[in-house]
Ligand binder design. Structure first.
Ligand SMILES: [Zn+2]
Length: 108
């Protein structure tokens, strides 16, 4: 796992700071946004904070906002995508295997 190309698995921003151990699973979302989830999940500081406070609604909204920023055409399917992302995050909870560990990215 190379830190350089890592992106947050929740909101896709580069440079995640946390790693959540998880088992692999297959999840299909609308518009091929997410396919297979292989192993650990990376999370940025903000998503990490939302995960730790179990603020799933905001986490899902954040993921959706970032997704639409990167794929403006996805706004047409925003409601369905929100449902898909929420379901994906539920799966993450199910398949998560332990507490998060810092990725050890050097301070900026
Ligand atoms: Zn994030």
């Amino acid at each position: 796992m190379s830190d350089q190309n890592l992106r947050c698995d929740f909101c896709s921003v580069p440079g995640p700071a946390w790693r959540y151990p998880a088992r692999s699973f297959v999840a299909y979302c609308a518009a091929n946004i997410a396919g297979e989830s292989v192993g650990d999940w990376a999370a940025c500081d903000e998503c990490h904070a939302l995960i730790e406070s179990e603020d799933w609604q905001r986490l899902t909204q954040r993921s959706l906002d970032e997704l639409i920023m990167n794929h403006p055409e996805a706004i047409a399917a925003a409601t369905a995508l929100y449902e898909d992302l929420a379901a994906l995050h539920q799966k993450f909870l199910e398949y998560r295997t332990g507490p998060p560990t810092p990725l050890g990215v050097s301070a900026v």
